[in-house]
Ligand binder design. Structure first.
Ligand SMILES: CCCCCCC[C@H](O)CC(=O)SCCNC(=O)CCNC(=O)[C@H](O)C(C)(C)COP(=O)([O-])OP(=O)([O-])OC[C@H]1O[C@@H](n2cnc3c(N)ncnc32)[C@H](O)[C@@H]1OP(=O)([O-])[O-]
Length: 719
C-alpha cells in the first residue's frame, strides 16, 4: 500500500509501504494511484514528494506477482498519470530505485538521491525489459548510448554515477526526505513541460544506425542465446527512432513476448533460488535461523598462489584486516607485489583508494595468534594441507575457525588433524577468487552449525553467493562436472572432435565448451586429480586395460595429451593449438585430429557421426543425473542449491535456469528415457544409469521443481 500524509503545509507525501523492498504490488499501485489523484485534486497541495518506507525507495515490480494473473491498476497508466500531473512530483530516493522503482522515479519531475542509494534497470537479468516506460524515458534523459548500457547489462549505479549520468538532479548525505520537501517547495509553480521526459528528444550518436547495429552484434555475442538483451536493444532503437507513444507500443509488444517466455521463467527462478540458498540447512537440523555466526574482526590467508591472492583481495575489499602468509620470503615478495597491484587496479576501477593498510604480509605463523578465522589455500595436496592444519591448530586461538579452500579434498580428514574439528569447514572459492561470485561452504560430519553460519556470513560480506554443501569428493559443482567431462572424452573416442563438442555446448549457452575450458585451466589440473584417485600413474594396478579403470570405462586421452606436454594454453597446445604458450586464440589442430584417428584404430574403435543432440544429451544428462544423486545423498539441500552453483560458478546459462531446472523444463520422463537409452548402449558407464531419485520423481508424476524436496525427504526417511 501507500501512505498519504500532508507535511510542511502544502506538500503531499506519498510513502510506499511494502516490506522488505517496497515492491510495486497491486496494493501499492492502488495506493499510489489513489494518493496521486488525491494530491492533484487538493487545491491546498502545491507539490508532491514520493518516497519509500524504511529507507528503501522501491525494488521494482513485484516479481512474485508475475506468476499470477495481474490485478489492480497497471503500472504504465499510474506512471503516466504522475508525469502528466500539473503539480511537481519529487522522488526522494533512498536505498534502491530498481526496475519499476526507477521507472516510477523517471515519471517524477525531479529526483533527489541519498549518496548510498543504488539505481538501475535490472529487468534483463529477469529475462524481461523495463516495460513501464524505462526503455523510452531513460534514453530521453541520459542519451541513447548510456541508456543502452544500463538497460542491456542491468547493472546498478551508485547515486554519484547517477548524478554524473544525469539520472538524478541532486545527491545528498543529509536527510533525503527533508531535502526533497525543501526542494519541492522551491520548484512549486515552475513550468513542468520541460521536466516531462516523454516530451523530450533522445540524444543519439551521429551515426545512429551503425551504432545500434554494433550494439546489437555485441549484445548477441554476450547474450549466448538469451532473448531479453536483444529485445532491450530493439526497445531502445524504438526510443531513438519513434515518437514516445509509438515507442511505448513497441516496448509493450516486446515485453508481451518475453513475459511468458521459458527464459523469463528460468531467470526469475534463478533470482529466487539465489535467495533460497541463503536459508541454508544441514541434515542435522541446523539452519540459517537457528545457528548464530561469530563476528570476524581479523582473518588470515595461508598460501598466496592464484587462489590465496584472490581470497586475500576479497577480504581486504570487504574491509577485513588480513594476515597473508607464505612459507618463504621470495614467494612472499612476489605475492605481495601481485596482491598490491590487484588491489590498486580494483580500487581504481571503483574510483576509491586501495585499502593497502588492511593487509599484513608475513612468513611467520605466529602472526596468526590473534585472527578469528584462517583460510588455508596451499596446494591441493592432502599431506601438505594436513600439516598446515596441525600447525594452525597449535598456533591459533582455540576458538579460531579453520577453513580450507579445496576443490575436492575431504574436509573431514583435515578436521581430524586439528584440536577442534567442529571449527573446520571448507570454503571452496572459484578462480579468480576476487571476481567469481560463487562460494561453496562445505560442512563435514563434525563441522558445527556456528562454523557453517560464520563461513556463510563471511561469504555474504565478501559479496559472494554462498551455498552450504555436504562433504564428498568434488562437493556439488566438481562432482557433477566429472561425468560431464567423462562423456565429452568418450564422445571423442566414438568419433566426435573437440570442436563439435564445444560448438554444441556453446550453442546451448555455455561461454566456453568443455575442451576450451580445459585448455584454459590446464589439462594437468585434472591429471593430478586422476592420479590422486588412482585412475592413472603409478597407482594403476599392473596389467589393467588402458580403457578400463576400477571396473568401468575410462578414457586415457587427456592423460596421453598431458604426457606429451600438451597442457593447454600455457604450453601453446592442448585440445586446440595456440600461436604461442599463453596464447588465447584457439585454432583447430590437425595433429590432434590425426592423433584421435590413430588412437581409435589402435584401440579398434569405429568412429561414427556424433550429432549435436547426442553431445548435449550425454554431457548434460549425465551431469544432471549426478545432481539427482547429490540430492539423494543429502549433499545439496535442494535443486535450487545445485542450480545456483552451476549458474554462478560453472557458466551454466541463467536463461536455462540451471541443470536441475533444465531437467524439469525438458521433462523428467524424457531425461529418464534418454538416460535409459544411453546406459543400455553403454553398459560400462555406470554414471549413465538413471538415479533412483529421478525414477521416483517420474513415478510421482514429475512434480514441479519446488516440490522435489518433499520427494527427497521421503527417500531419506526410508533410508
Ligand atoms: C506486462 C506486464 C507489465 C509489467 C511492467 C513491469 C515493469 C518493470 O520494469 C518490471 C520490474 O520492475 S521487474 C523487477 C525489477 N527489480 C529487480 O530486479 C530488483 C530485484 N531485487 C534486488 O535486486 C534485491 O532484492 C534488492 C537489491 C532490492 C535488495 O537486496 P537485499 O537487501 O540483498 O535483499 P534480498 O535478499 O535480495 O531481498 C529481500 C526479499 O525481497 C524480495 N524481493 C526483492 N525484490 C523483489 C521484487 N522486485 N519483487 C518481489 N520480491 C522482491 C526477495 O525475494 C527477498 O524475499 P525473501 O522472501 O526474503 O527471500
Amino acid at each position: 500500500m501507500a501512505r498519504y500524509t500532508r507535511i510542511a503545509g502544502s506538500i503531499a507525501l506519498i510513502t510506499l509501504k511494502n516490506p522488505p523492498v517496497n515492491a510495486l504490488s497491486a496494493a501499492v499501485r492502488q495506493g499510489i494511484t489513489d494518493s496521486v489523484g488525491r494530491a492533484l485534486s487538493d487545491p491546498e497541495v502545491e507539490a508532491v514528494v514520493l518516497c519509500g518506507e524504511d529507507g528503501k525507495f522501491c525494488g521494482g515490480a513485484d516479481i512474485k506477482e508475475f506468476a499470477r494473473p495481474m490485478t489492480g491498476p497497471g503500472l504504465v497508466p499510474m506512471i503516466d498519470a504522475i508525469e502528466a500531473g500539473e503539480k511537481p512530483v519529487v522522488a526522494a530516493i533512498e536505498g534502491v530505485a530498481l526496475g519499476g522503482g526507477l521507472e516510477l522515479a523517471l515519471a517524477c519531475h525531479y529526483r533527489i538521491a541519498h549518496y548510498k542509494a543504488r539505481l538501475g534497470l535490472p529487468e534483463v537479468t529477469l529475462g524481461l525489459i523495463p516495460a513501464a516506460g524505462g526503455t523510452q524515458r531513460l534514453p530521453r534523459l541520459i542519451g541513447v548510448p548510456a541508456a543502452l548500457d544500463l538497460i542491456t547489462t542491468g547493472r546498478h549505479v551508485s547515486a554519484h554515477e547517477a548524478l554524473k549520468l544525469g539520472i538524478v538532479d541532486r545527491v545528498t548525505d543529509r536527510n533525503t526526505l527533508e531535502l526533497a520537501v525543501e526542494f519541492a517547495k522551491s520548484v512549486s509553480g515552475q513550468p513542468l513541460a520541460p521536466r516531462r521526459l516523454s516530451t523530450r528528444q533522445p540524444s543519439c550518436p551521429t551515426d545512429l544506425d551503425s551504432f545500434l547495429e554494433g550494439a546489437m552484434l555485441r549484445v548477441r555475442q554476450r547474450a549466448r542465446g538469451a532473448i531479453a538483451p536483444v529485445a532491450c536493444v530493439q526497445a531502445v532503437r524504438a526510443a531513438a527512432t519513434l515518437p514516445f507513444s509509438q515507442g511505448m507500443e513497441q516496448e509493450k509488444e516486446l515485453m508481451a513476448s518475453l513475459f511468458t517466455s521459458a527464459q523469463a521463467r528460468a531467470m526469475q527462478y534463478c533470482f529466487f533460488s539465489q535467495r533460497t540458498v541463503g536459508r541454508w540447512s544441514m541434515p542435522s537440523g541446523a539452519r540459517w535461523d537457528n545457528s548464530k555466526a561469530q563476528p570476524i574482526h581479523k582473518a588470515a590467508v595461508i598460501g598466496l598462489g592464484t587462489m590465496g591472492r584472490g581470497i586475500a583481495v576479497s577480504l581486504v575489499q570487504a574491509g577485513i584486516p588480513v594476515v597473508a602468509v607464505e612459507m618463504e620470503t621470495k614467494q612472499l615478495e612476489v605475492a605481495k607485489h601481485a596482491v598490491t597491484s590487484i588491489l590498486e587496479r580494483e580500487a581504481q576501477k571503483r574510483g576509491k583508494e586501495p585499502k593497502l593498510g588492511l593487509i599484513h604480509f608475513s612468513i611467520d605463523l605466529q602472526d596468526l595468534r590473534e585472527v578469528d578465522l584462517v583460510i588455508e589455500a596451499v596446494f591441493e595436496d592432502m599431506a601438505l594441507k594436513k600439516q598446515v592444519f596441525r600447525e594452525l591448530s597449535s598456533v591459533c586461538r582455540p576458538n579460531a575457525f579453520l577453513c580450507t579452500n579445496t576443490s575436492s579434498l575431504d574436509v573431514n580428514q583435515l578436521a581430524a588433524a586439528t584440536r577442534m574439528p567442529e571449527l573446520v569447514v571448507g570454503m571452496h572459492f572459484f578462480a579468480p577468487a576476487h571476481v567469481m561470485k560463487l562460494l561453496e561452504v562445505v560442512y563435514g560430519p563434525r563441522s558445527s552449525p556456528v562454523a557453517v553460519a560464520t563461513a556463510m556470513q563471511l561469504g555474504k560480506r565478501l559479496g559472494k553467493v554462498s551455498v552450504a554443501v555436504g562433504n564428498c569428493h568434488g562437493f556439488v559443482g566438481n562432482r557433477m562436472l566429472m561425468p560431464y567431462m567423462e562423456q565429452s572424452v568418450f564422445l571423442l573416442e566414438e568419433g566426435a572432435t573437440p570442436e563439435q563438442v564445444d560448438q554444441a555446448l556453446e550453442e546451448f549457452g555455455f561461454p566456453m565448451g568443455v575442451f576450451r575450458v580445459s585448455d584454459l585451466s590446464g589439462l594437468d589440473v585434472g591429471w593430478k586429480v586422476r592420479k590422486g584417485l588412482g585412475l592413472t600413474g603409478p597407482g594403476v594396478a599392473p596389467g589393467e586395460s588402458a580403457r578400463i579403470r576400477q571396473g568401468r570405462r575410462y578414457c586415457p586421452l587427456p592423460d596421453l595429451l598431458c604426457k606429451q606436454g600438451r597442457l593447454g594454453q600455457k604450453t601453446g597446445k592442448g585440445w586446440y593449438l595456440y600461436d604461442k604458450p599463453g596464447g588465447r586464440v584457439a585454432k583447430s589442430d590437425p595433429w590432434l585430429h590425426n592423433f584421435l584417428e590413430e588412437y581409435r584404430s589402435q584401440h579398434g574403435l569405429q568412429a561414427h557421426p556424433v550429432s549435436q543432440q547426442e553431445v548435449l544429451e550425454r554431457c548434460l544428462y549425465s551431469l544432471i543425473n549426478e545432481g539427482f544423486r547429490i540430492l539423494e545423498d543429502g549433499i545439496a539441500a535442494g535443486p535450487e542449491d545445485i542450480d545456483t552453483i552451476y549458474v554462478f560458478g560453472y557458466g551454466w546459462p541463467p536463461h536455462r535456469g540451471g541443470p536441475m531446472f533444465h531437467a524439469g523444463a525438458v521433462g523428467l520422463p524424457t531425461v529418464l528415457e534418454k538416460l535409459e537409452h544411453y546406459s543400455q548402449a553403454h553398459p560400462d558407464i555406470p554414471q549413465l544409469q538413471p538415479s533412483s531419485l529421478l525414477r521416483r520423481l517420474v513415478t510421482a508424476g514429475s512434480p514441479p521443481i519446488h516440490k522435489w524436496r518433499e520427494v527427497v525427504k521421503t527417500v531419506h526417511s526410508q533410508l
